[in-house]
Write a protein that binds this ligand. Structure first.
Ligand code: NAP
Length: 252
């Protein structure tokens, strides 16, 4: 068991940290002084490479495989982290998938897979993390939602429902533990350059860009900076909030 007080550093877990936005969040939290537990499901090589990169900068980092859409995997993940790194004090619920389709064509699995990966995962991981945070009288939960959870998106009824669900989940948990030093906030990215958006056709990208007042597509770094704020002591009086990181696309 690791004595975090002795180590004097806080431990952050990023789900889906092996690539995309999660990878950059993990790097950012490492730079900001956290030890980092990197969860991955399929991206073993990405997660291992990230841990090597962090370790080279003298940041303690380890990779943990788990499918966080499954309760048993999430429980095993937290047990392994506790045994090898200590108690999670910052949880970033980042893991997410899309299975886009118009509602009329949407298959039951397209609905349920997205609910499991995007929403159930946050329930399982936050439930695992919250006891330790309350005990420490300090904790940070950051959920990565999406602006489509706030404004909707044709072809993404499943995905948008999970992202809106994360907002209600975060606000409720924020109310439960605000007096215990635990904050729960949401970062809602707009259009961010990753594998998830890399599959979009050029005309769709151009149409999206037209709607972004900042005049550029967002980077994972833009999202990571907002997460770092919510993970820090600077945000101690901020809880139950949704911060859109979207270059002004939604302003709602
Ligand atoms: P991405 O490049 O497709 O990466 C998705 C990440 O989620 C991967 O690291 C993947 O891990 C992980 N993941 C998915 N299912 C998982 C599971 N069951 N267990 C563990 N990890 C799982 O996507 P991204 O763009 O970085 O998105 C990251 C988050 O930001 C998601 O929640 C997404 O909805 C949100 N977001 C993205 C955008 C955007 O424009 N890109 C906009 C708004 C919100 P493995 O590869 O290891 O399987």
């Amino acid at each position: 068991m690791v004595d975090k007080k002795e180590a004097g550093r806080r431990l952050a877990l990023v789900t889906g940290g092996g690539r995309g936005i999660g990878r950059v969040i993990a790097l950012k939290l490492g730079e900001r002084g956290f030890d980092v537990a990197v969860n991955y499901n399929n991206s073993a090589a990405g997660a291992e490479e990230l841990c090597r990169e962090l370790s080279a900068r003298e940041i303690l980092a380890r990779a943990f495989k788990a499918d966080v859409s499954r309760a048993q995997d999430a429980a095993a993940l937290f047990k392994s982290i506790e045994e090898s790194m200590g108690t999670v004090q910052v949880l970033v619920n980042n893991a997410g998938i899309t299975r886009d389709n118009l509602l009329m064509r949407m298959k039951e699995e397209e609905w349920s897979d997205v609910i499991a990966a995007n929403l159930n995962s946050a329930f399982y991981c936050t439930k695992e993390a919250i006891r330790g945070m309350v005990r420490a009288r300090w904790g940070r939960v950051v959920c990565i939602a999406s602006v489509v959870g706030l404004v909707g998106n044709a072809g993404q009824a499943n995905y948008s429902a999970t992202k809106a669900g994360l907002v209600g989940f975060a606000k409720s948990v924020a109310r439960e533990y605000a007096a215990k030093g635990v904050t729960v906030n949401v970062v809602a990215p707009g259009f961010i350059e990753t594998d998830m958006t890399g599959v979009l056709k050029e005309n769709v990208r151009a149409a999206m860009l037209q709607q972004i007042p900042a005049g550029r597509i967002g980077s994972p770094e833009d999202v990571a900076k907002a997460v770092a704020f919510f993970a820090s002591d600077e945000s101690e009086y901020v809880t139950g909030q949704v911060l859109a990181v979207d270059g002004g696309m939604t302003m709602c």
